[in-house]
Design a binder for this molecule. Structure first.
Ligand SMILES: Nc1nc2c(ncn2[C@@H]2O[C@H](COP(=O)(O)OP(=O)(O)OP(=O)(O)O)[C@@H](O)[C@H]2O)c(=O)[nH]1
Length: 286
């Protein structure tokens, strides 16, 4: 959907940078958006991370469907990773992450101690596609506002070592790992959640995608948010969009209703939602 011609070259560069730095760390904190845990990953992430121990951090859990978050946590644990769901924006502290890192790496810590290292520390790299909340997570972990937080995808640029506590050092992503947004479904999911810039997608397509999804997966929330009756709820998504547009006072201008629906979904007006579930990345299975 998006005209992103530079994708392959940038990706190779970022992948090499990450792989180089991975040699310096004991484990990886992979940050994803809990609403789109798979769509918000770089398509090469598993190859890039390889055998490094990993904690999957499902961030923005406040915006995600708790039942589906539980399914994703179980899924990642079954794959051999550790997994945790957090709300980095509102959490005061994120002590669970260093704790989990220490549990995972207990054998290594013991080995260091047996070699006489009194205060062994772990090194972790924090990776994730733009806008999943890496900077917010890092800020919470180091308890200072060091990393630059922005709501524009691609704000994190420089790399630095940060101290979470005496036992955990953190490295920010050295490059930008983009999602697979040349895949239309992935692009639509990322656009609806606000992970990609508004300039690279068409509102009407993304709005219709969102409406179709909410009609199917969260009908009660949709009905409540726009005061829809059963008859309106039974319309096709395209016809329902026209009804919404009229209700919103936009006449039959599809675009503005689509834009508003995207805005409302991102703001949480349609409730907490998750666009995909393990084993069915269309997100429709319950
Ligand atoms: N609701 C909610 N918003 C969050 C959470 N974590 C981060 N955000 C918001 O998500 C947006 C992106 O957060 P950043 O920390 O800048 O994301 P990033 O991954 O560092 O992004 P880049 O700098 O683009 O790589 C900001 O508006 C944050 O306030 C969360 O747990 N819940």
């Amino acid at each position: 959907m998006a005209n992103i011609q530079w994708f392959p070259g940038h990706m190779a560069k970022a992948r090499n940078q990450v792989q180089e730095k991975l040699k310096q760390v004991d484990l990886v904190l992979e940050i994803v958006d809990a609403r789109v845990p798979e769509a918000s990953r770089n398509p090469m992430m598993n190859q890039i991370v390889g055998q490094k121990p990993r904690i999957m951090v499902l961030n923005k859990k406040d915006l995600a469907d708790p039942n589906k978050t539980a399914q994703w946590l179980a899924y990642y644990r079954a794959q051999g990773d550790e997994a945790i769901a957090i709300d980095a924006q509102h959490a005061k502290r994120l002590n669970q992450i260093p704790q989990l890192a220490r549990q995972m790496m207990a054998a290594k810590i013991e080995k260091q101690k047996s070699r006489g290292i009194r205060n062994p520390s772990l090194r972790a790299m924090c990776i994730g596609i733009p806008n999943v909340g890496k900077s917010t997570v890092l800020n919470r972990l180091v308890k200072k506002n060091i990393a630059v937080v922005g709501n524009r995808p691609g704000v994190t640029k420089n790399q630095q070592w940060l101290k979470a506590d005496d036992t955990l050092m953190l490295l920010d992503t050295p490059g930008i790992l983009w999602p697979k947004f040349e895949d239309e479904l992935v692009g639509e999911k990322l656009a609806l959640t606000g992970a990609i810039a508004d300039t690279v997608f068409q509102e009407d397509g993304v709005g219709l995608f969102g409406l179709t999804f909410f009609q199917r997966a969260y009908p009660a929330a949709l009905k409540r948010a726009y005061h829809l009756n059963d008859e309106e709820m039974a319309l096709t998504p395209a016809d329902l969009m026209v009804v919404l547009s009229q209700k919103m006072g936009f006449g039959e201008t599809f675009n503005r209703a689509a834009e508003r629906l995207i805005f409302d979904a991102r703001q949480g007006k349609l409730g907490a939602f998750t666009l995909e579930v393990p084993g069915d990345f269309d997100g429709h299975a319950e």
